[in-house]
Design a protein around this ligand. Structure first.
Ligand code: NDP
Length: 471
């Protein structure tokens, strides 16, 4: 019996996705560049072995699938994807669908759509989030392509996706690069979310002198309220864990040098290209970069002396403020992420459905949370391009939360504790809600040295200042 679907790339994500697909009753043909990995995969398939057709070559893979063939590529992003597409082209036929499910840069996805245009083959660029566990038991799936091509794979994608109260976390979001773009911004938001949690942990550890074991229940408690989310949940679990080798809390033996694979950076680059402020995400990416400069930081600590400033305030009162500060920072970061998507939607003509995006992020993905349900509901009633900070439900929520963010950022600054993402989020909010800012001066300077002109508040048109020869 022929397989219904194919998959290339049996690494961490591909092998788990293949088992997920097989488990949902879809016979799947698989191929991996290194045959040993295919062998190991087949041996690990257990009860699902009968649903899997191992293939030793791309030709064998194509022959094993019933046309029109949907084939998922889940390999390292970049050149390997182009290589697999090139290898597939001669063995596929009209109407077959190539689905790139890796973390592609959406600009590569746009190019691949163009390259396959007129070939008779259909292409889908699909963002998948949820890590290994999500791939195996239900990821969040963000699809870019034609609605017709999505309709052809919708059944299998909704079957393998996560469910939020029964609703599948898989959706068609727009043409060509839309799915991979949304996945990139998902990751950018994830960077900001994680960085703000780490900043709050830093305040609890260094500002309030709490141990990991004392901090864990704080996060566990927050996970029962408005901050309920996967990232807060795992933060509590991480802080509880001890290192088997030394018996110390695991976090205390982990080097404070963060890695990154590039999707956060892409979010920031695209935000800059689109002219949309995404400062909390930028701060989070920069914080990982600064963290990697461990030797330089140690030298600087020596040069300036270790920080001995104290965090002011009564502990219980500070704990309440920290929770609300984290929530306010999160709102600003999500507002920025959604604003970047709104900007791209306009630029590329995607008409991205914001409530749907919030909905398919409610389960399966790394940033899944209760909060996304609130966003989905609030966005449901708003125009697609509205900034989250201006959606009525959020005007009320943020109105109550920002004073806590302000107190925490101020106290952290006084105590010499870095809170780059939280303070960027606050500065964004303060700038956003300030009807008259201070760039009147910037405009004057630009006109002074470069004759760039400025607009007047009382008269239309371009004007120049009375600066003499410079103007
Ligand atoms: P792994 O490193 O586990 O596996 C990589 C796979 O890519 C292997 O099957 C490997 O084959 C294949 N590969 C690499 N180079 C080539 C090539 N030149 N030609 C053919 N095949 C190649 O990666 P992951 O499963 O973690 O990631 C796969 C994709 O999914 C990436 O785009 C990643 O960014 C994305 N992703 C990963 C997530 C995660 O949590 N890990 C989450 C969401 C997306 P071989 O065995 O022959 O080396």
């Amino acid at each position: 019996e022929k397989a219904e679907i194919g998959l290339i790339g049996l690494g961490t994500m591909g092998s788990n996705l293949a088992l997920n697909i097989a488990e949902k009753g879809h016979r799947i043909a698989v191929f991996n560049r290194t045959p040993a990995r295919t062998q190991a995969f087949v041996e690990s398939a257990g009860a699902l072995r009968d649903m899997v057709v191992p293939c030793g070559s791309i030709e064998e893979l194509a022959a094993a699938i019933r046309p029109p063939r949907p084939i998922i590529i889940m390999v390292l992003a970049g050149d390997p994807v182009d290589q697999q597409i090139a290898a597939l082209r001669p063995v596929l036929a009209a109407n077959d669908i190539i689905i790139d499910a890796g973390n592609a840069n959406f600009r590569d996805t746009m190019r691949r759509f163009e390259e396959l245009d007129g070939s008779g083959l259909t292409f889908i660029g699909m963002g998948v989030s949820g890590g290994e566990e999500g791939a195996r038991h239900g990821p969040s799936i963000m699809v870019g392509g034609t609605p017709e091509s999505y309709a052809r794979v919708e059944d299998v994608l909704t079957a393998i996706s996560a469910k939020y109260k029964g609703e599948p976390c898989a959706a068609w979001l727009g043409p060509n690069g839309a799915g991979h773009f949304v996945k990139t911004i998902h990751n950018g938001i994830e960077y900001a979310d994680m960085q703000m949690i780490a900043e709050i942990y830093g305040i609890l550890r260094d500002g309030l002198s709490m141990t990991p074991k004392q901090i864990a229940p704080v996060f566990a408690g927050w996970n029962k309220g408005r901050l309920e989310s996967y990232l807060i949940e795992i933060t509590a679990s991480v802080l509880e864990a001890d290192d088997p080798k030394t018996g110390k809390p695991v976090v205390d033996i982990i080097l404070d040098r963060a890695g990154q694979k590039g999707t956060g950076k892409w979010s920031v680059i695209e935000a800059q290209q689109l002219g949309i402020p995404a400062t909390a995400i930028e701060a989070a990416v920069a914080a990982r970069v600064l963290s990697s400069m461990k030797d330089e930081r140690l030298a600087a600590e020596k040069a300036y002396g270790a920080n001995t400033l104290k965090f002011a305030g009564n502990k219980d009162e500070v704990l309440g403020d920290l929770e609300l500060a984290l929530f306010a920072g999160k709102i600003a970061a999500y507002a920025q992420g959604f604003a970047v998507m709104a900007g791209a939607s306009k630029e590329f003509g995607w008409n991205l459905p914001m409530p749907t995006i919030a909905k398919i992020w409610r389960a399966g993905c790394i940033i899944r949370s209760q909060f996304l349900d609130t966003i989905a509901e609030a966005f449901g009633k708003a125009d697609r391009s509205t900034n989250l900070l201006m959606v009525p439900a959020f005007v009320e929520i943020m109105g109550k939360a920002h004073p806590s963010l302000r107190r925490i950022v101020a106290r952290a600054a006084e105590a010499g504790l870095p809170v780059p993402a939280l303070s960027s989020a606050l500065a964004y909010f303060d700038g956003y809600r300030q009807g008259r800012g201070s760039t009147d001066l910037t405009q004057a300077q630009r006109d002074f040295f470069g004759a760039h002109g400025f607009e007047r508040i009382d008269e239309p048109g371009a004007h120049h200042g009375p600066w003499g020869s410079g103007s």
